[in-house]
Ligand binder design. Structure first.
Ligand code: TYC
Length: 121
């Protein structure tokens, strides 16, 4: 039976200074770690024309809320003028806005929603 070729074990990269017998280069850990990405809240706005039922369906469908939670969010928007439907990375938040606006336009409702950065600290 033919013998298997030797297995190559990956070696850590060696700095040329080490090979020369010189001191290895030591990188110090940065004190400031990479900051987490800005998150975006998708805020839905009140208007006088979009039916409450439509808003509840949209919140359930695009923000994965159950009927009770969606109804609470809709009522908050209705009473206070605006309400947060969810918090996401920038791309996901913008996609949610597009989905909501697309569904509202298709149904002929003036429903508006926006993505805004979440303040931290
Ligand atoms: N104010 C609307 C009405 O009375 C309901 C509504 C709620 C509309 C939330 C938009 O984001 C909204 N039919």
């Amino acid at each position: 039976m033919a013998s298997k070729p030797p297995v190559k074990i990956p070696q850590r990269p060696v700095h040329p200074a080490e090979k020369e017998g010189g001191a290895a280069v030591v990188l110090e850990r940065r004190t400031q770690k990479t900051k987490p990405p800005t998150m975006y809240q998708v805020v839905m706005l009140n208007d006088d024309y979009t039916p409450m039922e439509f808003v509840v369906i949209v919140i359930q469908e695009f923000f994965n809320k159950d009927l009770e939670t969606a109804t609470q969010i809709m009522l908050k928007i209705h009473l206070e003028g605006r309400g947060v439907c969810g918090v996401y990375s920038r791309d996901v938040a913008n996609t949610k806005v597009d989905q909501v606006m697309g569904a509202a336009n298709k149904a002929g409702h003036p429903l508006q929603c926006v993505a805004e950065p979440v303040e931290i600290g």
